[in-house]
Write a protein that binds this ligand. Structure first.
Ligand code: UDP
Length: 236
């Protein structure tokens, strides 16, 4: 396959392929936090997140969520449909943690009365600020119809994931989604992994996600491995 580098992000590299509307995504071990201020690597993260993302996109596809994922083609690479990414990060929350806990003054771990969706402007220079549908409109980040679709998909994805993860004794605290447009249709893109979700062990409350890196809790790689193991039974 002919592959040409197109773009390098914080955790992934994107290549064009010989098919016009298909891209190759390469998962790196690089990890960043706090808008790039903290940098490091997590051994094998790329391999683990490629597999974990593959698992979640398969699960969501089977449950009717349209997405960009085509197939995993190697340990660190997956083939996806190219998207025009909407510059909006969609966060779903079930339990207060991270920036929400700080913003509204709730202790981490307090259950929200119902899941909520938040939108952030995907803009590194501005530090991805929280925005609402009115900001999205004046900035022309997405149409009103697309915003409705994002919210609908976000809640549906939350239902599918929380139900699935509960059986694996994993509490889904919150997570971030990105969407894009392909042939006029809104598709789920990017990744779903311990980099983009908060996963707590249902029984012990142990953090099994990137907060181990952000907060220097240690055993970062083991946490990612544990998530892959609980989802697929695979020992990495
Ligand atoms: N998140 C992400 N990328 C970002 C910001 C947040 O994947 O650039 C995820 C994060 O892992 C968590 C959820 O979105 O699962 C909510 O994050 P929060 O707003 O609490 O921000 P943080 O505490 O990570 O700064």
């Amino acid at each position: 396959m002919e592959k040409q580098p197109l773009y390098e992000g914080k955790a992934k590299r994107i290549y064009s392929t010989d098919v016009a509307d298909e891209l190759l995504v390469y998962y790196k071990d690089d990890a960043t936090a706090f808008n790039g201020l903290k940098k490091g690597t997590i051994d094998s993260k790329g391999v683990l997140n490629n597999k974990i993302t593959t698992f979640f996109f398969d699960l969501l596809g089977k449950n009717g969520i349209p997405h960009h994922f085509i197939k995993r083609v190697s340990e660190r690479e997956q083939l996806v449909k190219s998207l025009k990414i909407l510059p909006v990060e969609v966060v779903v929350r079930n339990i207060a943690a991270g920036s929400l806990a700080k913003r509204i003054g709730w202790e981490e771990g307090r259950k929200l009365p119902a899941p909520i969706v938040e939108m952030y402007y995907k803009n590194d220079e501005l530090g991805d600020p929280l925005i609402n549908q009115h900001h999205i409109k004046i900035l022309e980040l997405a149409t009103e119809e697309q915003v409705k679709t994002l919210e609908e998909y976000a809640f549906k994805i939350n239902e599918i994931l929380t139900n699935y993860l509960r059986e694996k004794k994993i509490e889904l605290i919150d997570f971030k989604l990105e969407f894009g447009v392909h042939n006029g249709q809104v598709l789920l893109g990017d990744e779903i992994s311990p980099d983009t979700c908060r996963f707590w062990d249902s029984e012990t409350g142990e953090k099994l996600d990137k907060d181990r890196f952000r907060r220097d809790l240690g055993n970062v790689e083991d946490a990612y491995k544990e998530i892959l193991f609980r989802l697929t039974g695979e020992k990495a």
